[in-house]
Design a protein around this ligand. Structure first.
Ligand SMILES: C[S@@+](CC[C@H](N)C(=O)[O-])C[C@H]1O[C@@H](n2cnc3c(N)ncnc32)[C@H](O)[C@@H]1O
Length: 339
């Protein structure tokens, strides 16, 4: 899966974008995504008035909006009819699902809102929502209240984590294990790859209830209903017992109590697995995580070293941190067979 990183844009466009204009251009593209301009123009050309009617954009605002997208190399125009360029068609339609378009543009809007108070956040230590006096629900609360958000988020991550899942399945040897608990397992994308690579393995995906509904559909379409079961639960509470692998993948900061719960759930000889784009021990990598932390509600920066020492302090042995691929790391620890 390819993202529309800046190197995909025409050079003559990038050459005109200083930092301020870059910010405005970025916001403009997000508006186009949110309004679903590229999906509307998928495989066809339309007059500006028809685009305006379809997307409910005022005629007075249309020319600057559409022509700026032409300037960015995302739309082309002839005789007042607009269409997607190949760039827009590839990266904003072909490479992403409707779930991705909806969820990602929503997350971007929330990030812009948070960024408007960045200096104050830095100087007061408060988060953007506190400064604006409007407490925002966490993404988990938002999904619990709104099933469409649960579906958009989960389907987006299913798409987004596919390559990570394939890399993890190549990296992690679970040939000697039978029962995996995928804590906060979302769409089940990791479990799907792991059970496919290990024919003796079955998995339970522990998730909030609205996500479980989406996961069930994904697992059914993957033909793995018998081997992967979603189960509603809270990942911060004691975990169901009797698993010989407990995995936390991209679930945010992994606290010592969570690892302690994993210990309690594991059978003797079992394995705890933490997978994420963890911060390097000096905190300077990975860049996309660092930038994300400036707009997120959590200021906690869990490093690989933090997770490894929390595992050791819970009693796990042979704790190892290894790079899976790109910025993705896997930290494992073994519960001794006898203790
Ligand atoms: C970023 S997603 C990662 C999903 C999956 N592990 C993956 O790698 O694709 C984190 C998941 O953790 C779940 N989660 C977070 N807090 C939770 C809680 N308290 N109880 C149950 N699930 C939770 C969310 O619903 C979400 O699906």
């Amino acid at each position: 899966m390819e993202l529309p990183t800046l190197d995909k844009f025409p050079r003559h466009v990038l050459a005109h974008l200083d930092i301020q204009r870059g910010f405005i251009a970025s916001r403009l593209i997000i508006a186009a995504e949110k309004l679903q301009v590229f999906r509307l123009l998928h495989g066809k050309r339309m007059k500006s008035a028809s685009i305006g009617r379809a997307l409910q954009i005022r005629p007075s605002r249309l020319p600057s909006f559409l022509n700026a997208l032409v300037g960015l190399g995302l739309l082309n125009k002839s005789h007042d009819a607009y269409g997607n360029t190949r760039l827009a068609e590839k990266y904003f339609v072909d490479e992403r699902s409707i779930y991705w378009t909806r969820q990602y543009s929503q997350e971007c809007l929330e990030a812009y809102e948070a960024l408007s108070a960045l200096e104050e956040c830095l100087q007061t230590g408060k988060c953007g929502a506190d400064i604006r006096g409007r407490k925002k629900p966490s993404y988990v609360e938002a999904m619990t209240r709104d099933r469409r958000r649960a579906e958009d988020f989960t389907q987006m991550l299913f798409h987004f984590h596919r390559e990570d899942a394939a890399a993890l399945a190549r990296h992690l040897d679970l040939s000697g294990h039978r029962k995996l608990l995928d804590v906060g397992g979302g769409s089940g994308v990791m479990s799907i790859a792991l059970v496919r690579a290990n024919p003796q393995l079955s998995a339970c995906v522990l998730e909030i209830e609205p996500v479980c509904k989406v996961t069930s559909g994904i697992v059914r379409r993957a033909g793995l209903c018998r081997r992967i079961k979603p189960q509603a639960g809270d990942i911060r509470q004691p975990l169901p017992a009797g698993y010989d692998v407990v995995m936390f993948c991209d679930v945010g900061p992994i606290s010592k109590p969570m690892l302690q719960n994993a210990w309690d759930s594991l059978t003797p000889g079992g394995l705890v697995v933490a997978v994420d784009r963890f911060f390097s021990d000096d905190g300077a990598k990975p860049l996309d995580r660092l930038l994300g932390s400036l707009v997120g509600s959590s200021v906690q920066m869990t490093t690989r070293g933090d997770v490894a020492s929390a595992m050791r302090s819970c009693g796990f042995r042979s704790v190892k941190a290894k790079r899976v691929w790109r910025d993705l790391w896997c930290i494992t620890g073994a519960k001794p067979s006898r203790h």
